[in-house]
Design a protein around this ligand. Sequence first.
Ligand code: ADP
Ligand code: MG
Length: 648
Amino acid sequence: MTVTTEEPSQTFAFQAETRQLLDLMIHSLYSNKEIFLRELISNASDALDRLRFEALSNPELAGGEPEIRLEADSAARTLTVHDNGIGMSRDEVIANIGTIAKSGTRELVEKLRTAQQDTSIEKLIGQFGVGFYSSFMVADRVELVTRRAGETEATRWESSGDGTFTIAAAERATPGTSITLHLKPVDEEAGLADFTDEWVLSRIVRRYSDFVAYPIVLPVEREKPTESSEVEEKAAEKTVEDKRLNSMQPLWTRDPAEVTDADYAELYKHVSGDWNDPLETIRVKAEGRFEYQALLFIPSQAPYDLFYVGSKPGLQLYVRRVQIKEAAEELLPHYLRFVKGVVDSPDLPLNVSREMLQTDRQIALIQKGLTRRILDRLNEMADKEPDKYLTFWRELGRAIKEGVSEDYAHRDKLLPLLRYPSSADPEKLTSLAGYRERMKEDQEVIWYVTAESREVAESSPHLEAFRERGIEVLFMTDPVDELLVQTFHEYDGKRLKSAVKGEVDLGPKEEREEREKAMKEREETLRPLLDRLQKALDEHVKHVRLSSRLTTSPACLVGAEHDYSPQLERLLQKGKGGGAKQRRILELNPEHAIVQKLESRADGEGSDEVVSRYAQLLLGYAYLAEGSEVPDPVAFNARLTELMSEGL
Ligand code: ADP
Ligand code: MG
């Protein structure tokens, strides 16, 4: 006998975020602990898919019949999940199991830390889909032995979920991965069934993983009926046979009448990694010259990384039930990346290449068909199930806004989906159609204001005249709205116009003309003062003029028609290379006492000093009123204290 000296194992610490997630997982009150099996099976199924992809270009890698095998030992209280998929190299084990290299992880952990109730913690964990780590809900210790296809060495990973894991060299006869769970004691109340029991395992697999495309087998003991069974009962021979636990039938090929919502929800969880049910399921069957079927899911929560760079599109492409691409970005426009699901077409070639997917006419047709179906369904939801639609809007409205900027062809279906807070209602959001209906007879424009928040927008002096006349203004408070209004200028024949840019001319035509005339005359008499203010503020202001939007405030700052809003300017300045600082327009309220007194002081003794001091104060006031920062707070405060002490 030869004695082999075992290579020593190496201990690693989990990445901080992983450790925190793991802790939450282990101590979680998540009652549905049995889903760990779904997660392990889902990983095994991914590994088999990957092996199949790689074997396409490297046939030497192809192993035996793909299979996921469960092995239960009730005496030892272990459950092992074997697969003969792609496996992992030592480096891959360290990179994939132990670190979570997903963007947004830190933010998620932060949210988890501050989440108050268990339910919200569970929703967040679910949304993140901490796949492999869910094994620690049911096991005290987890061992993983894996061998990468194409390599000869195997690796053992082991952890008790306590902050560290060990890595050692190991042996494995064939490529693939085996994960052994050292199960916690059975405790039905805590959701810990006997996960070594044939019937428990059958039930769990059927419930969560029935449609998995590879056989999930469990060796079971059966008594072999012997010829003279009535005589030798005790000696009945036992044999072990493989029992397949899943039907392997893709849901989209089944008769819709036989598929339940719960079945669809499990497929959703399998493809998305989300543990929560989808908000909506859309089943598509396109027939005719070019056929395809699809199951599309709209999540009930935005995927945690949706708005990060690198967030993956959500559709898998199948050809005749065989998966050929897992995150197929060709199947939907980018802004619909939150839609998860599968598309299966019998008419595409099995060895379809990347280039082909990008240029293929049929793929373009699928994209168009699916986009329509999704947008139609959302519109239908908005009409018939407004509360449900609002859930969607809160979570994923941002993506629809992206769509308005990106997808001109579907604008007619996207615009009705927009919802905004508006001055018409303190709480309820409005659609553009709703606004359109409430428009005054002589109103020609849809007014909006972009601002950091509704509060800032509502209290800004720019809206005084709107308030007085009861003219509705939409509050656009999302940073993407700034981009949206760059490309979206008109709805149903009415122009969209910012209430804080350009001139505003409210009221009936005759009134407007009269006002304009009076304003011109007043501006003439005020010309000397306006010019002196302009001179004093030239660095910040390109024009000083009289305002028709102010009723109670003395001044406000506005942009020219095509200027960026202050928020967008700030965003651009934060970005690479910064943005140029724009000069604004200072508007004065001719009816305001300050303006009138200034006028009377404008040519007295020491008037230069007075005008310049008030110019600074008015400018500072206008910045603060719109929620911006004063450019030179020290100077502003000095002027203010001067004034305060004079006033006493
Ligand atoms: P996800 O499946 O969302 O990527 P998991 O936590 O479930 O997250 O798995 C983490 C990673 O570990 C996987 O992405 C994969 O790279 C690797 N992995 C897990 N299980 C297996 C397996 N059975 N075979 C090969 N790789 C696996
Ligand atoms: Mg997984």
